[in-house]
Design a protein around this ligand. Structure first.
Ligand code: HEC
Length: 141
């Protein structure tokens, strides 16, 4: 009766494990990608949302802010700012920069038109409606 652990057994465990976890990885990836439309509500992406995202990118908001946890840690998380503050606050805030308040970090003046401000708000509104499983856990990032 031999109870040795042979090279063939080790090889089978290795290949079997590799195939098993690769298939598991494929399955979970497929599941995630399939679930995305329900989470991101892509049917709500209007032209205004697209224009707002363009402003977000060209003004490098992400160079200071995080959005859904991604970005720089200089300024607050903005993925949920629409729900925290609302559209009117966001527009007034962007128009009123920099505040010059002593001891606080400053945000630049971007000289956005009313249309551009509305577009940014639409983008942030759409972003706030993405189901992220409550990520990031800290509401202001
Ligand atoms: C140079 C860095 C910088 C850039 C670039 C920047 N911000 Fe900010 N932003 C800040 C800082 C710092 C604060 C917080 C200031 C404070 O609390 O006094 C802030 C605050 C905000 C707030 C209020 C957040 C809250 O929780 O009340 C909004 C909304 C906002 N920024 C939107 C934007 C948008 C939209 C852009 C791009 C068009 C942008 N920011 C680009 C630095 C920046």
């Amino acid at each position: 009766m031999s109870e040795t652990f042979t090279k063939a057994m080790a090889r089978n465990i290795f290949y079997g494990g590799a195939v098993f976890f690769f298939l598991l990885f494929l399955g979970l990836t497929f599941d995630t990608v399939q679930g995305l439309p329900k989470r991101d509500h892509r049917e709500n992406i209007t032209d205004a949302v697209v224009r707002g995202k363009h402003i977000w990118e060209t003004r490098d908001c992400v160079g200071c802010h995080t959005i859904l946890g991604e970005g720089a840690y200089f300024a607050p998380e903005l993925g949920n700012v629409y729900k925290r503050r609302g559209g009117d606050f966001i527009k007034a805030w962007i128009k009123g920069q920099p505040t010059g308040a002593p001891g606080r970090r400053q945000m630049p003046q971007f000289n956005l038109t009313d249309q551009q401000l509305d577009d940014v708000v639409e983008f942030l509104k759409w972003t706030s409606e993405i189901n992220t499983n409550n990520w990031p856990p800290n509401i202001q990032g």
